[in-house]
Structures are given as C-alpha cells and as structure tokens.
Design a binder for this molecule. Structure first.
Ligand code: F3S
Length: 400
C-alpha cells in the first residue's frame, strides 16, 4: 500500500501505541483486500459495545487502547450497550454486569468517543452527507448509510471501526469503490408493503434468496412506490442480517438507484412470498408470548409517539421494552410520550436492545415487528418469536 508520511509515522509508533496498533490493523486489512491507499474518513460508528458480546478480553483490549493514548480524530459514535446506562436496574440487569459495562463505556469516552449507544447514529448527530467516506460498524446502519444516505462504508467490525476513528483513515476497497456499488440483480416486488414488518420480511426474502443463489450481488429493487425512514431502516436491518448485504438500491427512492439500468437477472417477490416469510418468523403462539419489544433498529420519535398513542390510558400485561436512543428518549420526555408509556407499565430500554442485553433464556417467546430481532432472539437468546405488525405488537403487550 502507498502510505503518506503521516500514515507511516502512525505506523512507526511516533504518535502513540494505540494509534500504532490501529494503523497496523488497517494496513493488515488493506493488504488482505489489496487496497492501494488509505482514505480519510468523516466519521466512525463503533460496534462491540455490549459487555455481553465483548467479555473480559474485549474490555481489556479497549482499556489498553485508552491507556495507550488512543484519541479519536473524527466524530465517533457507539453502538448499543448491554444495558440502559441510567436505568439498568429496572430491566433486571445484574450489578456485576453493570459495573463491567460502565468500564467499557469509560474506556471509549477516555478515547473521545461520543457514547450515543445507538444503532441509528444518523438520528443522533452522526449524519454523513452523500458521497462521504465513513467507517461504520453495525450492519443495519452500514446498509442504511450506503443505501439511503449514499455515504460510503464497508461493513466494519468493532476493532477496524475504532482503528479508523483513532487514525482518521480506512483502506480503500469494497464499498468505497464505484465498481462495487453497481447492482447485480433486479428484485421485482408485486407484494403490497405497508408496515415496518413487511419491509423487514422483504429484506429476509431477498437475503434468503441470495444465500440460496450462493452470490451476493447488490439488489436493485423495483415496484415499491414509497418508503419512509422507518420502513427503510427495517428493510436495511433485515437485508444485512439475512443476506449480509452492505447496500440495496430501490428504484426512485434511494439516491444511487437511478444511475443504473435494471440488471438483467431477475427475482420476484409476490404477496404470497411475503406472507410465507412473515409466517416463518411466527413460531410462538400468542399465549406463549411473555416478552414484547419494539425498536430494532432503535425507534424514531414518530414511532415512540405512535406507541404512546396506542398505550394511552391502558396497562400492559407483559414485559414490554421500548428501545431507542437517548436523544429520542429526551424528546419523548419533553413531549409527554414517556410519561404515557411509563404509566402503562411499559419500560424504556434506552442505549441498549433486546439482542445485546444479557437476557439469554430469560423469556419464552418475544413479539416484535423486526425481522432482524426475530433472527437474533432465536439464535442468540433462545426465544421463540412472533413477527407482528407494529400496532399489533403493542396490542400483544396489552393482552393477558
Ligand atoms: Fe439495533 Fe439491537 Fe436491532 S443493535 S439493529 S436494536 S439488534
């Protein structure tokens, strides 16, 4: 790789041990992917924040990077942690876990990372512009950034995203190159999409089909008339989970879609495909559901407002987690939504989510509108799942 004098100095350790480690990680990645040079990045989003995923080894590494003088050079935000950083006791998080989780956050903040703890950084002050080079981890946010915003990022892991943050660089390969952003397959959608759960199911269908085909072309989706922020974040989360996709194009909707002709290879998604995909994520009966969660990816303010409207004057009968970012929760407090929600007995799970919190085996079955949450609830937390429309999830929480 061609390194600039500044990059060589970072690699030589002239600018501290942590920056040297970070540069070593990035040059190793660059070699593997045959990058010719480094690119400057505008922002980073770091994953690997929950102590449940990091464990002691991860905490030690982060502490070493902070002790080694690591300091971010660009705006850097964090993925969800393993608990609500303020209200962890209400979610039944053990004190021992909380102590470790606070140490993780402390290591990040010592390096200058903004502890947003959300998978929707673009709703919490880390919003790139079209064409910006960024280094984001968190697969749903990566897919959203490439597809909907038109920024450019690979699917970084926690260490490579932190390394980009500490050096302000990322190797030029993959999604940073024009040729790798071209669509390779047309997805013709005739199914009617309305709810966020429909968009999540569409992401699952596309992901599953591409897995079966054994290739990962970027899909160019046609036939969808409109899609709002909430629907697109659900689709991107699901396409990233089931198909490992870093990007989708949607004709007339996403910014780069119309620069390309429709690829000749075709798959189609009908109404019955959509129903089948949704049914495949319904392995629990209503009476088995003892956990309800909305907010994967983290809820927007509009979604919180919708939940408040549906819960006004009612009491929930099940454990109900409403997961969102701290800035959205603050707005919800100011507008009175939080009070309505808390009065109903539902709980906010801010800074965290039902997947990264340490709740493995704690519940039998979870209801959600998120196809991504269904995947991890089953694989990581061993829950049965019920994928329902957004409003039906709230109703499920109300039913005894
Ligand atoms: Fe976000 Fe957790 Fe879902 S990190 S995308 S709410 S699994």
């Amino acid at each position: 790789m061609n390194l600039t004098p500044e990059e060589q100095s970072l690699l030589a350790g002239d600018q501290g041990k942590a920056a040297q480690t970070a540069m070593r990680i990035l040059t190793a990645l660059g070699k593997i992917f045959e990058a010719k040079r480094m690119l400057p990045v505008r922002s980073a989003q770091v994953s690997g924040v929950s102590y449940d995923n990091l464990g002691e080894a991860g905490l030690e590494w982060l502490t070493e990077m902070a002790d080694g003088g690591g300091r971010v050079r660009v705006h850097t935000t964090l993925n969800p942690a393993g608990m609500d950083l303020e209200n962890w006791k209400a979610l039944g998080i053990p004190a021992e876990f909380a102590e470790k989780q606070h140490r993780v956050i402390n290591a990040f903040t010592r390096m200058g990372v903004t502890p947003t703890c959300t998978c929707t950084p673009y709703l919490a002050g880390n919003l790139p512009a079209r064409g910006d080079t960024i280094a984001w981890a968190e697969s749903s946010a990566v897919c959203y950034a490439n597809s909907v915003i038109g920024a450019r990022t690979n699917r970084e892991g926690g260490p490579s995203a932190l390394s980009a943050a500490l050096t302000g660089r990322t190797p030029e390969y993959g999604m940073h190159l024009d040729e790798n952003r071209r669509p390779g397959i047309t997805v013709r959608v005739t199914a009617r999409l309305a709810d966020t759960s429909d968009y999540g199911a569409l992401g699952k269908i596309i992901g599953d089909r591409l897995e079966t085909l054994g290739q990962k072309p970027i899909p160019w989706i046609a036939g969808v008339d409109s899609a709002n922020l909430e629907q697109l974040k659900s689709l991107c989360a699901s396409a990233a989970t089931y198909g490992g996709l870093a990007m989708i194009h949607m004709q007339g909707i996403t910014p780069e879609a119309d620069s390309y002709p429709a690829p000749p290879e075709n798959i189609s998604v009908s109404e019955s495909d959509l129903l089948r995909a949704k049914e495949s994520l319904m392995d629990a009966a209503a009476r088995e559901t003892d956990f309800v969660s909305l907010g994967c990816p983290h809820l927007t303010l509009q979604e919180v407002a919708r939940i408040a409207g549906l819960l006004r004057g009612k009491r929930v009968a099940k454990e109900f987690w409403i997961t969102t970012s701290r800035p959205v929760k603050r707005e919800a407090d100011r507008l009175g939504y939080s009070e309505t929600i808390l009065t109903s007995g539902a709980k906010f799970a801010v800074d965290t989510c039902c997947v990264v919190a340490p709740i493995r085996g704690r519940f039998r079955a979870m209801a959600t509108d998120s196809a991504k949450a269904c995947y991890y609830a089953a694989s990581k937390n061993k829950f049965k799942t019920r994928l329902l429309d957004f409003d039906a999830v709230v109703n499920e929480a109300l039913e005894k």
